[in-house]
Design a protein. Structure first.
Length: 510
C-alpha cells in the first residue's frame, strides 16, 4: 500500500470505523465491508492494521471489558454470613458451588476480618477505607433509627466517589444502611445508580423493615420508592444481572458495582416461605423462628443468585478483567457456622469478626490460598490501586493495599488491627498471632493461630505481651471519637439466646 493510501481514509471506511468504534458493527462485518475499499491485493486485516494508529484510541474493547483496560469491579457483600458457611471454608451441611468455584479461581483469604461485629459500622469502614470510629454515625452498633440524624456525610470521599472521579460508572444494588433520606443516601455519596433498601433489614417478600399494614416497604430505585414482587435475594440478583449485561453490551466506561445482599440476615425465610412471611412472622428479629435447615435454604439461594451474577460477568469474555470480591459485613449469627472459632455477631471473639473473603482477577492474580491478615478497610486502597488511582490525600486510608502481597511482590506480614464494641464493654487488638481481648471486666491474651477457639488465656504466662497490647489499644483508642451514653448498641442477651447465660453469682475456682 502506498504512503498516500496509508495516510488517507476513504469516507466510507471512516463511516464504518465510526460504527465499529461505537459498537454498532461487529468486527467481522467491519472487515467484510472495509475490504471493498482496500487496494487490490491488500487484505481487510492489512487495511485495519494501516488504520490502527488512527483508530486505536477509539477502538472498542472486547465486550465486557473497559475501553481503557482498567478492570470492572464487582463487590459482593453478604449479611451476617459465618466464616465457615461456604463449602470451601468448611460447611458440610449444604453446598455453595458457585462461591466455591469463585474461591478456586481466585484468592481465598484465611485470615480476613470485618471492621466490626455488626453491620452498619463495617459499612462505614468499607466505603471510607477508614476506621468507622472517626465518624459519629460509625459509632452506632448499628444505625437503627431514621430520626437520629446520623449517617455518612455526603461530602466525605468514598470508594464509589473516588472511582467515579477517575472515570468509573458506579452503582449500588442492595443494602445501604448508612443513613436515611433526605440527608443521606447512595446517590449523595458517589453512586450513579441505586436500587435497594436504605435500612438494616427487610422482609424477604414484603420488603418492609417491619411488620404491619402501616409499614412502608423500604425498596428504592434512586430516590423513589418502588414495588417489586418476589424473593429479595433473587430480585437483587436480577437487577445486578441487568446492570452488568447493559454494560457488557458495548464499549464504555469501566464500572464499579456494589452488590450488597441482605442474606442470610434474619428474618428466617427461604424462597418458598412467602405465606409464612405474611402470616407467621410477627417481628423481623424472628426470635421464635429459624433452624439449620432454613438457614441452609437462605444461603443456598444466595449462592444461586451469585452464580447468576457471575455468569452475567462471564458473558462475552468480561470475566478476565473484572475484579470480583466476595465477603461478609461481620461474623455469623445464631444459625451460622463459625468453626473453628467461638463467638458470633456483636462479639469481638473471632467468630464475630472473622469472615470469608474471596477475590478473583484473572488478568492479574493467580489462584491462591492467602494467609495475609486483612480487614475491611483494606478494600478501598486495594481496589483504588487496581483502578490506577488512590485515596483522597486529606482522608488517607487506615487500611493497606493488598495487591503487592497477592501478586507475590511483597511477603505476608504481621499487622496490628483494632476493635471496640460498646455492648459488654468489649475491646480487642490483634498484633501478629497475639490478641488482647476485654469483655466487661474480664481480660485475655490469646494466640489465635494456635488457639483458634480462644480458650487458653496467656495473660499471666506472657504478662509483658499482655501489658504491651493493652497499652497499644489504649493509645490507638485515644485518637477516635469516644463511645458516649447516647451511642446505640446491640448484643445477644441471655433472654434471647440460652447459651449466653449469665451466672447469678461468682463461683469459687477449683
Amino acid at each position: 500500500m502506498s504512503n498516500r493510501n496509508e495516510n488517507t481514509i476513504h469516507p466510507e471506511v471512516q463511516k464504518l470505523v465510526e460504527q465499529y468504534t461505537r459498537g454498532q458493527l461487529p468486527r467481522r462485518e467491519f472487515l467484510k465491508s472495509a475490504a471493498k475499499y482496500a487496494v487490490a491485493g491488500i487484505t481487510a486485516e492489512a487495511l485495519v492494521s494501516a488504520l490502527t494508529p488512527r483508530v486505536a484510541s477509539a477502538a472498542p474493547a472486547v465486550k465486557g471489558k473497559a475501553t481503557d483496560e482498567r478492570p470492572n469491579i464487582v463487590f459482593i457483600l453478604a449479611d451476617d454470613l459465618g466464616y465457615a458457611d461456604l463449602g470451601v471454608y468448611g460447611q458440610t451441611d449444604f453446598k455453595t458451588p458457585n462461591l466455591d468455584k469463585l474461591a478456586r479461581e481466585g484468592v481465598r483469604f484465611t485470615q480476613a476480618y470485618s471492621n466490626s461485629a455488626v453491620c452498619s459500622a463495617t459499612r462505614f469502614a468499607l466505603i471510607t477505607g477508614r476506621y468507622q470510629y472517626r465518624l459519629r454515625g460509625g459509632l452506632e452498633e448499628p444505625l437503627a433509627r431514621a430520626d437520629n440524624g446520623l449517617g455518612l456525610p455526603p461530602e466525605h470521599p468514598t470508594l464509589p466517589s473516588l472511582l467515579k472521579a477517575s472515570g468509573y460508572e458506579t452503582a449500588l444494588i442492595g443494602k445501604w444502611h448508612l443513613g436515611w433520606p433526605p440527608n443521606y443516601g447512595p446517590l449523595k455519596s458517589g453512586y450513579d445508580y441505586f436500587f435497594g433498601n436504605h435500612g438494616g433489614a427487610v422482609d424477604y417478600f414484603t420488603h418492609k423493615p417491619g411488620v404491619g399494614e402501616n409499614v412502608l416497604a423500604d425498596l428504592w430505585e434512586g430516590e423513589v420508592r418502588v414495588e417489586r414482587v418476589g424473593y429479595y435475594t433473587q430480585i437483587l440478583a436480577d437487577e445486578a444481572t441487568r446492570y452488568i449485561r447493559t454494560r457488557n453490551a458495548g464499549p464504555g466506561k469501566p464500572y464499579f458495582l456494589s452488590l450488597h445482599f441482605t442474606a442470610p440476615h434474619w428474618p428466617w425465610e427461604g424462597p418458598g416461605d412467602e405465606q409464612s412471611s405474611r402470616e407467621e412472622v410477627k417481628n423481623l428479629f424472628h426470635y421464635d423462628g429459624g433452624n439449620l435447615k432454613k438457614y441452609a435454604e437462605i444461603v443456598e439461594a444466595l449462592d444461586k443468585a451469585i452464580g447468576q451474577v457471575l455468569a452475567a460477568i462471564e458473558q462475552n469474555g468480561g470475566g478476565k478483567n473484572t475484579i470480583v470480591v466476595f465477603s461478609s459485613d461481620n461474623g455469623g449469627e445464631r444459625f451460622s457456622k463459625t468453626w473453628p472459632f467461638s463467638g458470633q455477631k456483636t462479639e469481638l471473639l473471632e467468630g464475630g469478626l472473622r469472615v470469608p473473603a474471596l477475590l478473583r482477577w484473572p488478568a492479574r492474580l493467580r489462584p491462591q490460598v492467602n494467609h495475609q491478615v486483612a480487614i475491611t478497610i483494606d478494600w478501598l486502597p486495594t481496589l483504588l490501586a487496581a483502578a490506577g488511582t488512590a485515596p483522597h490525600p486529606d482522608f488517607p486510608s487506615d487500611g493497606e493495599n493488598l495487591l503487592p502481597v497477592l501478586e507475590g511482590k511483597a511477603p505476608e506480614h504481621a499487622r496490628a488491627l483494632f476493635w471496640r464494641y460498646k455492648e459488654q464493654t468489649q475491646r480487642a487488638v490483634r498484633e501478629g498471632n497475639l490478641k488482647y481481648l476485654k469483655i466487661n471486666d474480664n481480660e485475655f491474651l490469646f494466640d489465635v493461630v494456635v488457639d483458634q477457639r480462644e480458650r487458653a488465656n496467656l495473660k499471666d504466662k506472657q504478662a509483658a505481651d499482655f501489658n504491651r497490647l493493652k497499652s497499644l489499644w489504649e493509645k490507638w483508642d485515644a485518637q477516635f471519637l469516644p463511645i458516649t451514653a447516647d451511642v446505640g448498641t446491640h448484643g445477644i442477651t441471655p433472654d434471647i439466646q440460652a447459651d449466653r447465660y449469665a451466672p447469678t453469682s461468682p463461683r469459687r475456682r477449683f
